[in-house]
Design a protein around this ligand. Structure first.
Ligand code: ZN
Ligand code: ZN
Length: 274
């Protein structure tokens, strides 16, 4: 494909994505002037805290794991917010459910979001982080998930984009054993393969983030394996707005409710030519 054709294909994809999900896919914010957004996970937080409760706990737990602590993911970006009970939430909950009559539509949404970040704007990862990813992986369902052991649909959906990039694919395995909501690198293992893993910059791809414990546990495991830089891309940041309202107040929940779709780069958070 020529450069011009590529640009036009990119523009078409952006336009189609907006037409398809512009009414329900809210764009993610990583800060607010009132201090109510966690800079790590884009979730709600109290203004007097630096991080939300989950990210604060994760940081503490990671510090306690070994002397000096284990650094968690370096950079985290999300596709869109998914508010519990709303359409984007149905998409991330339903895209793996082959019994759901809307499953193929849900998968199409996920594909559009992934294409935006992992095809159209892929080169922006290096602009944001200072280096190109050297390897990528999706995170397998853990034992406590109803999808444990099932074929990984997200991997199938993002593989066409990542194949084009051509970097090494890592395989993570969810270990048996107790499952809880803490940062625990032992929940995952890196499957040994013929090729030595190139862990200079790992791009971890996941579908949803609730507390972040799963993703950060995978990041911690990779760190122990020698990963130098870890970028996380998560399709959806799941938020329960009624819980936010009860815990942090109506203003903060309403702040999230006023967000809408913004046509911009999911990595650099600005509009730029594609
Ligand atoms: Zn957070
Ligand atoms: Zn971009």
């Amino acid at each position: 494909m020529s450069n011009r054709q590529q640009v036009s294909a990119n523009l078409q994809l952006e336009k189609a994505k907006f037409e398809r999900m512009g009414s329900y896919a809210c764009s993610v914010v990583y800060s607010s002037k009132f201090g109510h957004v966690c800079p790590v996970c884009a979730g709600p937080k109290g203004a007097k805290f630096a991080l939300c409760k989950a990210c604060g706990d994760a940081k503490k737990q990671a510090l306690a794991l070994q002397p000096g602590g284990i650094p968690l993911a370096d950079k985290i970006r999300f596709g869109h917010y998914a508010y519990k009970g709303e359409q984007m939430y149905r998409v991330v909950q339903g895209y793996k459910d082959t019994a759901d009559p809307a499953v193929s539509e849900y998968q199409k949404d996920i594909k559009y979001i992934a294409a935006d970040a992992l095809a159209v704007h892929y080169s922006c990862i290096a602009r944001l982080t200072g280096s190109r990813p050297t390897a990528w992986a999706t995170i397998p369902s853990t034992k406590s998930s109803r999808n444990y052991g099932k074929p990984h649909i997200l991997t199938n959906l993002v593989s066409p984009f990542m194949d084009r990039v051509g970097i090494q694919q890592l395989h993570l395995q969810a270990n048996a054993g107790k499952e809880h909501n803490d940062i625990n690198p032992q929940v995952f293992a890196l499957v040994a393969e013929g090729q030595k893993p190139d862990l200079r910059h790992v791009l971890l791809i996941e579908d949803s983030w609730v507390s972040g414990a799963t993703v950060q546990s995978a990041a911690a495991m990779l760190r122990l394996q020698g990963a130098i830089y870890i970028t996380v891309y998560c399709v959806a940041r799941i938020i329960d707005l009624s819980r936010v309202e009860r815990g942090l107040g109506k203003d903060i929940a309403d702040g999230y409710r006023t967000l809408s779709y913004r046509d911009r780069c999911p990595w650099l958070l600005e509009r730029h030519p594609v």
